[in-house]
Design a protein around this ligand. Structure first.
Ligand code: SAH
Length: 410
């Protein structure tokens, strides 16, 4: 990886890079000089040979992820580079009162492009860090990244777990092994009735306890991006009958229950996730008002005879690409329609989409279409998004993916 690659852009294709957008698409490249090895340092130049920035190359549609737009050239991206960036990311979380907070010890430490580290996700669980690399070109740097984290955290670090097995394509792993624990020992928590203990740990979020399965759970173990939205649900929940769909480990359920909800029904197709939601309502001392249902959410909404005061809809991303956006929109419409049918007059719907290709305008008009079909009068109380530990680089609007509406259904 010591040899650098010179990447020359086509005329007019330098605009986005000049505006600090960190991706160079392969179609924008006029010429490459030097060995184009996966993970090598790429120096990006305009058609007029002006130096624009420097990043990491990979043989893919996004050919270069720019890590530095400053005139300084990099001979390598060594551990001190990663340390500086990770340190800056940690400082931001301290400013946002997430790091070093008694009531919350789970936060996203690095959010890719939003922290000027395209392709890299690091989540913090009470000193145990889970790393997910989303770009094959970045994977050769995994040890340097780990060293960078160790330098920033020092003795406050408990472990670093590489969970990139799930975020990089299977073909990438054909002749490689993912690394697992890069530092320290896995947290080993034994919980009656839950299979697997490695990487199982307890965290706090806004004073609520959660058991997180970092190794065996979805994503890095917990949907950290919904922290503030779960908190908001708590404000509306006292005395309410709540349905939490796509409930995963019961994040929204626990907040509603602790805020005094009359009852919460959690629905998820994953039995393992539901088990976690039961454990989580148990460790917060609110399990007697909680019921977990295994199954498909649409089926549940269509077949239940119950009406609810509050419904939460937090489905997985229905569209990962533009070409399936239309289908996704139809999916959101049907889902929201069924939920609107099950809400009592004066009830509240928390509805989300985490599909990056469906923007807030499109999402809102989709929910409006569902409201028309349901014949319900609907008002928007809150427009929700992702929290400060999931920052959006203004030059990379693709980073804005989570959107939500809180609706009063008259
Ligand atoms: N709201 C959750 C995160 C939801 S993630 C939180 O705050 O933690 C999406 C969840 O939807 C996953 O747990 C997945 O198992 C579940 N899921 C996906 N498709 C489903 C379906 N058709 N019916 C029920 N659950 C589904």
């Amino acid at each position: 990886m010591s040899q650098k690659l010179k990447v020359i852009l086509r005329s007019g294709k330098d605009d986005a890079v000049r505006r600090f957008h960190p991706w160079v698409f392969s179609g924008a490249i006029k010429k490459m000089i030097g060995p184009a090895a996966e993970g090598c340092i790429a120096e990006v130049f305009s058609n007029k040979d002006e130096y624009l920035g420097c990043g990491i190359y990979q043989d893919a549609t996004i050919a270069v992820r720019i890590l530095d737009f400053a005139p300084a050239r990099h001979e390598s991206f060594d551990s001190s580079f990663w340390k500086d960036r990770i340190e800056a990311a940690l400082k931001l979380r301290q400013k946002a009162n997430l790091a070093g907070n008694q009531d919350t010890n789970v936060f996203r430490l690095v959010h890719g492009e939003g922290d000027h580290l395209p392709g890299l996700i690091i989540d913090h669980y009470d000193g145990h860090l889970v790393v997910q690399v989303h770009a094959t070109g970045l994977y050769p740097y995994i040890d340097k990244i780990s060293e960078g984290i160790q330098k920033v955290y020092g003795k406050n670090l408990k472990s670093i777990y590489d969970k990139s097995r799930e975020t990089l394509p299977d073909t990438f792993w054909k002749d490689r092994e993912s690394r697992g624990f890069l530092f320290g020992e896995p947290a080993n928590t034994e919980i009656n009735g839950y299979e697997g203990r490695e990487g199982l740990l307890k965290v706090r979020e806004n004073g609520n306890d959660f058991l997180v399965d970092t190794a065996g759970g979805q994503k890095t173990g917990f949907f950290i991006d919904q922290r503030e939205n779960r908190f908001l649900l708590g404000r509306y929940s006292e005395g309410m009958k709540v349905l939490n769909t796509f409930s995963y480990s019961g994040g929204f359920s626990v907040y509603a229950l602790k805020a005094g909800a009359a009852s919460v029904d959690s629905v998820d197709s994953s039995k393992k996730a539901l088990k976690l939601s039961e454990i989580n309502s148990g460790i917060n001392g609110v399990s007697e008002r909680h019921t977990a249902h295994a199954g498909d959410v649409m089926e549940y909404l269509k077949n239940t005879r119950k009406d609810y005061d509050i419904i939460v809809l937090d489905p997985p991303a229905y569209a990962k690409h533009h070409n399936v956006r239309h289908k996704a929109v139809q999916g959101y419409k049907r889902l929201n329609l069924e939920a609107l049918k099950r809400i009592t007059g004066g009830g509240i719907l928390f509805t989300f989409s985490c599909s990056q290709v469906v923007d807030i305008k499109m999402f809102q008009s989709t929910v409006m279409a569902a409201a028309i079909l349901a014949g319900r009068r609907v008002r928007i109380l809150h427009q929700l998004s992702q929290p400060a530990d999931h920052p959006v680089n203004i030059f990379h609007p693709e980073g804005q993916y989570l959107k939500g509406l809180v609706l009063m259904v008259d």
